[in-house]
Ligand binder design. Structure first.
Ligand SMILES: [Zn+2]
Ligand SMILES: [Zn+2]
Length: 151
């Protein structure tokens, strides 16, 4: 809850600074993303959730608002190259972006919390002198649930 209020205040300040109008729609979209922290929602899913509280908001507004929130650093667009852009909250306490597991059968996205790449990054630095600042790793496969169902 504290996070919610804090982020909303930050949003208002940032929007004003960048010359954007602070509309209730923009706030409503951010609310949904904050309330669903840990989820990876598509524009359509965000729209369905916003609509519950703000029936007047149209899908075009959602499509316009998400890139603005992304530009301001509040959300991340996650492109798992399956034809569906998903959005998630940008957690400021996070050093690295986490990794994603995408189930090819049900489309479920799971987050990998551990940073598995520390060792690889150290190796790359050692062998190539290249300092890695971030990485994006996507794993494609079949989730545990779908494997169970297939039995
Ligand atoms: Zn699955
Ligand atoms: Zn994620």
């Amino acid at each position: 809850m504290v996070l919610l209020i804090q982020r909303k205040n930050e949003l208002s300040q940032l929007l004003r600074k960048k010359g954007y109008k602070i509309t209730s729609q923009r706030k409503a979209v951010l609310d949904v993303v904050i309330e669903n922290d840990g989820e990876h929602l598509s524009s359509q899913e965000i729209y369905e959730l916003v609509k519950k509280k703000h029936p007047d908001v149209g899908i075009a507004t959602i499509y316009r608002t998400l890139p603005v929130l992304e530009e301001l650093g509040f959300v991340y667009a996650v492109d798992l190259e399956d034809g569906c852009i998903r959005y998630e909250l940008n957690r400021v306490d996070q050093l690295h972006r986490h990794h994603h597991l995408l189930c090819e059968r049900c489309g479920k996205v799971t987050e990998v919390k551990d940073d598995l790449l520390d060792e690889i990054e150290a190796k790359i630095y050692k062998n190539y002198g290249f300092t890695i600042k971030d990485h994006r790793v996507k794993f494609y496969g079949i989730c545990a649930e779908c494997q169970r169902k297939a039995l």
